[in-house]
Design a protein around this ligand. Structure first.
Ligand SMILES: [Zn+2]
Length: 125
């Protein structure tokens, strides 16, 4: 980002560098609102049910429904971008922290599943 591109915070209008020295100047926030395509969603749920539901049914519905259109649309006119100051970004950073914790927990769970699977393979050998 060039210096001349730095503008006041989009949320509070304050300067990005106001307040105490902090490691981050601010946050570039991009929000993409998602819109449900009802017809495509119903088609997908129908396929999922047809294939027995659950992760397996969902997986088969994903494959069999290829080309039928997405259940979720991402309209470009529903994309918003803003740069907000560090103070205004506290809630957003909290959300990112929560997402990161969840991903790490899922990764740990996956690694534990791998260890269990590997132990079962060793026991069978
Ligand atoms: Zn602000």
């Amino acid at each position: 980002m060039q210096n001349h591109e730095v503008k006041p915070c989009a949320a509070c209008g304050g300067t990005l560098s106001s307040g105490m020295p902090v490691p981050f100047l601010g946050v570039r926030l991009t929000v993409q609102q998602l819109v449900v395509n009802k017809a495509n969603l119903q088609r997908h749920v129908g396929l999922e049910t047809f294939f027995g539901g659950g992760p397996q049914g969902r997986g088969l519905a994903d494959v069999m429904g290829l080309g039928a259109g997405s259940a979720i649309d991402e309209p470009e006119d529903q994309r918003h971008e803003a740069i907000i100051c560090n103070e205004c970004s506290a809630d957003v950073l909290m959300l990112f922290h929560k997402i990161r914790q969840r991903r790490e927990a899922e990764l740990e769970e996956f690694e534990e599943d791998l260890e269990v699977a590997a132990a079962e393979v060793d026991a069978d050998a």
